[in-house]
Design a protein around this ligand. Structure first.
Ligand code: ADP
Ligand code: MG
Length: 709
């Protein structure tokens, strides 16, 4: 018997097999219902209960055929995780039997008890109800676990009064706002074809893997997701032998299963490779609309964690699990596309598409300069504070890398001089047409927080553990805000019968002149850049606590509420939630640190000091050299004393911070008095680790954690 298999056929049977995708719906729904649903997805119609009933019945049949017994509304509360509340399809018939039911109402509306999700004051206690509503643009999918199969319905989560309690609602609103203004701009440029503009996102997810056995012996990893003690072994990442290195068998088996799971969910996991640090990896998915990409990224994070478990591994999504090696980010590749798939950040090869490209690129540059604080806030987490600016990740100053070709062209435009195309020929710049651009105008700069990469921008500052929705929402809104101004100008010129093309040139030149201070093509990790950025007046937010309040600044409120993305109350609630989250995270880290120090490190160090002292005395008694033992005993005892003292100082600072009620003041106390005490305590702990017998050190070392897969 032939055993040959066809991998392509296998893959196409696997891909999306756990996803109630449009392809499945096209097959299973009556034509008219599918057409109506497509109109809903395109934002052109409201979902009627009649359509919902038909979709729900079809979804139930499909899910039950595949073994599902339960369904859940799957949503993204502001904790940054995904939430679900499982309900069974079972419905009693009244005669002692049950049938499997799932109504249109159950598909479109859920009522989870919202009171335990963070709302930042948005949900008055007398009205704790929250509602989830199906997001018809994101396909339902099946989750398989040892406890069974569950149909998951991606939903938005709102309060009784319609406030967004999640990450999806503002993202969808920002996509709508961006589409509306981008369309106005396109129409002014003579585009009669496009009906929508879609924000596209392709996230790259970095993570670490460690052995589960070692992980379980590290209370800090277990409780806080990062090591609060740990001295670097003789080898770190300096050999650069891990980056793009061959993937080991254990990890390859994990990745294989991870891909299979993601593909079955219809998540287009595309590339995987070893990252810079030992045991660090990256997974990138093929880009799609921002909303689907954010949902898919939540699934990617969940699935990485779940599959790692099955392989005796633990996945760490924290931004900085280990000091001394690179941390993890989530790069948000972002662009805008028409509904028929034309990328607005793709340089064209005729004057009209060039004008379009330069206009939209100018809008992004202007948005990044004017909304730098918001972008920084969109990447603000306690974990990211440990990564940004650490000579491994973008600094906490927002700048844009354009590459020589693009910045050269824009500089020449602004200065009114002819610009050379990189291929050598002279580019023509008229007053009414913009230059012909070379096709591939990209080079790479890994040190920039925001880089143009040929036909999209890559926001590299984002934190590995956070939802992709927040940075995408901020980007969409920031660019929409700028495009609204451009649309006003272009429409005014067109209304007067003026020359729109000249106005495009004027906008690009004026905007770039005003905002090119944010463009920096040099080494973002260098200390000179920090000084230069200050000279240019670019804002710098050293920590999450400084950045988060940007969400509620007057200019942010004006932008977001003007576009209908966030109300003032919604922004204020996010500030509160993010600040509280920061404080809670540091509180756990500091708590676990005090515990490890008091209960494990101090006793071990002190015992060892006494042992060396005893040995010294015994050796001296027989006239043998004992100075080394005595010296070691003294050094250990001194460090142990310092450890005890610094632990006490930390715990005092912690208690004081815990007393503070007001969220900003509380987060500030954690940042300004707890974090520095943690760093001081760590120095002593790490010095002890270097001095103590390996066998006496109470935790697995960095060697065990980073070099043993
Ligand atoms: P690199 O390592 O050079 O950043 P990757 O292949 O790891 O490249 O990641 C590139 C990411 O950018 C992928 O997720 C890809 O799907 C995404 N991407 C490509 N084009 C676009 C686009 N127009 N909009 C958004 N994301 C895009
Ligand atoms: Mg990248």
């Amino acid at each position: 018997m032939s055993t040959t298999t066809n991998p392509e056929a296998g893959l196409s049977a696997l891909y999306g097999s756990n996803c109630f995708s449009n392809a499945v719906m096209r097959e299973r729904l009556p034509k008219s219902v599918f057409a109506e649903l497509q109109a809903v997805q395109a934002g052109e119609a409201e979902l009627s209960l009649a359509v919902a009933e038909v979709v729900a019945a079809s979804m139930r049949d499909w899910a039950i055929e595949k073994g599902a017994t339960h369904f859940t509304h799957w949503f993204h509360p502001l904790s940054g995780l995904s939430a679900e509340k499982h309900e069974s399809f079972i419905s009693p018939t009244g005669d002692g039997r049950v049938i499997m039911e799932f109504s249109g109402k159950e598909l479109t509306k859920g009522e989870p008890d919202a009171s335990s999700f963070p709302s930042g004051g948005l949900r008055a206690t007398f009205e704790a109800r929250g509602y989830t509503a199906w997001d018809a643009t994101s396909p339902a999918f099946l989750k398989r676990s040892p406890s069974g199969v569950t149909l998951c319905i991606p939903t938005a989560f709102v309060s009784y009064f319609g406030h967004a309690l999640d990450k999806k609602v503002p993202l969808l609103r920002s996509m709508e706002a961006l589409s509306a203004v981008a369309l106005r701009v396109l129409k002014s440029l003579g585009d009669t074809r496009s009906r929508r503009v879609v924000a596209t996102v392709g996230p790259e997810q970095e993570y670490f893997l460690v052995s589960k056995a070692a992980f379980l012996k590290r209370p800090d990893l277990l409780l806080a997701g990062r090591t609060v003690f740990g001295s670097m072994p003789a080898k770190g990442q300096e050999m650069e032998d891990h980056y793009y290195g061959a993937i080991g068998e254990k990890v390859a088996a994990f990745m294989n299963e991870l891909n299979t799971e993601l593909w079955a969910l219809g998540v287009a996991a595309k590339t995987q490779h070893n990252e810079v640090a030992p045991n660090q990896f990256e997974l990138a998915c093929i880009f799609t609309s921002a909303n689907l990409a954010a949902d898919a990224n939540q699934l990617v994070m969940e699935t990485i964690i779940k599959v790692a478990e099955r392989h005796g591994l633990v996945a760490l999504l924290h931004e900085k699990p280990f000091d001394g090696v690179n941390g993890s980010g989530k790069h948000i590749n972002w662009s805008m596309s028409t509904d028929w798939g034309s990328n607005l950040l793709e340089p064209g090869d005729d004057p009209v598409s060039n004008a379009r490209f330069l206009l939209f690129a100018a809008a992004v540059i202007e948005a990044v300069d004017t909304r730098a604080g918001l972008l920084r806030a969109a990447a603000a987490t306690a974990g990211n504070d440990r990564r940004l600016g650490g000579n491994e990740a973008p600094p906490s100053v927002i700048s844009i890398f354009l590459g020589e070709a693009l910045s050269g062209i824009l500089d020449a435009l602004v200065e009114g001089r002819p610009c050379e195309s990189p291929s050598g020929g002279c580019l023509e710049i008229g007053t009414s047409t913009l230059p012909k651009l070379p096709r591939d105008i990209t080079d790479r700069n890994r040190t920039s927080p925001f880089a143009f990469t040929g036909n999209k921008f890559e926001f590299r500052m984002v934190a590995s553990s956070q939802s992709a929705a927040t940075p995408a929402t901020v980007l969409n809104a920031a660019v929409a805000g700028v495009l609204a101004g451009y649309a006003d100008r272009l429409e005014a010129v067109a209304a007067k019968g003026g020359n729109v093309a000249s106005e495009v040139s004027r906008i690009v030149v004026e905007s770039y002149k005003a905002h090119r201070r944010v463009v920096f093509d040099g080494n973002g990790y260098s200390p000179e850049w920090a000084k230069e950025a200050e000279r240019r007046g670019l804002p710098r937010f050293r920590s999450a606590v400084e950045a988060i309040p940007e969400f509620a600044s007057a200019s942010a409120v004006a932008l977001f509420s003007g576009l209908g993305v966030f109300s003032k109350e919604e922004l204020e609630s996010r500030c509160v939630i993010y600040l509280e989250r920061y404080a809670k995270q540091i509180n756990i880290e500091a708590g676990v640190m005090g515990d490890m120090s008091r209960r494990s490190i101090f006793p071990a160090a002190s015992r060892l000091a006494a042992e060396f002292a005893r040995e010294g005395t015994e050796l001296a008694a027989v006239g043998a050299p004992s100075a080394a033992q005595e010296l070691r005993a003294r050094r250990l005892a001194e460090l142990a004393a310092s450890l005890a003292e610094k632990t006490e100082v930390l715990e005092k600072a912690l208690e004081a911070a815990q007393e503070i009620e007001e969220p900003l003041a509380c987060a500030k106390a954690y940042r300004e008095s707890v974090v520095p005490r943690m760093d001081e305590l760590r120095l002593v702990g790490d010095a002890l680790e270097r001095l103590m017998d390996k066998a006496a050190w109470p935790f697995p070392s960095y060697e065990d954690l980073l070099f043993t897969l």
